[in-house]
Design a protein around this ligand. Sequence first.
Ligand SMILES: Cc1cc2nc3c(=O)[nH]c(=O)nc-3n(C[C@H](O)[C@H](O)[C@H](O)COP(=O)(O)O)c2cc1C
Ligand code: SF4
Length: 447
Amino acid sequence: MALNYDDLPKLVLPTIPDLHKLDVYRQHGGYEAYRKALTMSPEDVIEEVKKSGLRGRGGACFPTGLKWSFMPKGSDKPKYLCINGDESEPGSFKDRQIFEYNPHLMIEGILIAGYAMGITTAFIYIRGEYHKWVRLVEQAAQDAYDAGLIGERMKETFGGDYSLEIVVHKGAGAYICGEESSLMESLEGKRPYPRIKPPFPAQKGLWGMPTTINNVETLACVPVILRIGGDEYAKIGAPGHPGTILLGVSGHVNKPGVYEVPTGLPLLDIINDLAGGVPGGKKIKMVIPGGSSMPPLRGDELERVNMDADSIKEAGSYIGTAGVMVMDEDTDIPHVLRRTIHFYHHESCGQCTPCREGCGWLEKMLIRVDEGDATSEDLDLLIDVANNIDGNTICALGEAAAWPTRYTIERLREEFEKNVKKEREHTPLNIVHGLRTDSHEVESVVH
Ligand SMILES: Cc1cc2nc3c(=O)[nH]c(=O)nc-3n(C[C@H](O)[C@H](O)[C@H](O)COP(=O)(O)O)c2cc1C
Ligand code: SF4
């Protein structure tokens, strides 16, 4: 049976007009989950989040409750929470929906996280160019301050002795600033060079103090967990990766947009039923399931793939930021890879040699492939260079360039051989917009 979007649970982006306004959010039970958290001990709040099975939505799927439990207890050092809203991975555009349509859910999640870990200052880090969303989040935070929901006055509002300050920080406008340790460097006012780990942020984070970094969507899931209970939350979606997830579906689909779905739904149903299928009824050549840094899947191998971390891993990729990029049968795959690697080469911070030089070599070779000047051996050389980047760098940007290169060439080698043998018919542009049926604004998907 076809999926009907209206029938699916919406926990993070419910269809409530004006939910971004504080009064509307409160009319719908807003900030009551935090009130409930205050009736529990901080340890019990962390246990509840562990029970829910929530895994981080920032890309690595790390269990959130476990991450929180790493924060030292009983220390008199300041502790910090960083909320990662850098969202610069190509194909990923879901956190901005929370900023725009349900910012108080994230703020309430921050309060709960802060209480659970004994944190007194939280920094919401938003990519520099996202002026609109910076403004919206600043407004939401100001409204919450004015209502005594954040800051010193929250002690009066909620009782007890806990209070938290929230700072909205406009980032430096770089993809690398989303890597958690360079985000902290950037917040400290430095050049965003990722740090060598260990020490991990819970040991030595922002200004050397214990710090937790969480994605925007991760924190927005937390009030829901407190409201319905960890056990109930764990029953939603795929058991190994429970809850709902925001999918940013883009590329060759009729209805691109952000879709909130329970984890574990079939990827093809998401593409065909929710995102309206491929324009012109064309076949799918390739899907990148989790943002451009993730290994691609072949279009003819999607039959049993579900949108949850375990199923995508079994299929040979990772769910990453759940940015589902769909490419139809007419897509020039070598050109896509060239464009992707141009991005990672440009965004490499240059700190470590395999990434700095390797990304440059990959790009140079991919230009040759794209322009029909490469040999079949060059394709093997590309894989070799990618393998030498993978695992040999300070941060995962190295893998973000290596994985698409290696897996796209390995899995769709015939596409590259066409270029090598000069058999590709170059079409100037694979136009999608004019072909879309039933196309709509992204906004109408989530409202
Ligand atoms: C190059 C790079 C860019 C990243 N960008 C982001 C980002 O924009 N947002 C994000 O939440 N995580 C990003 N991450 C992952 C973070 O380092 C970190 O794992 C995440 O914020 C943790 O949050 P979570 O546990 O709630 O998922 C990035 C990682 C790398 C290596
Ligand atoms: S892997 Fe790349 S982005 Fe990451 S620290 Fe090294 S040079 Fe910088």
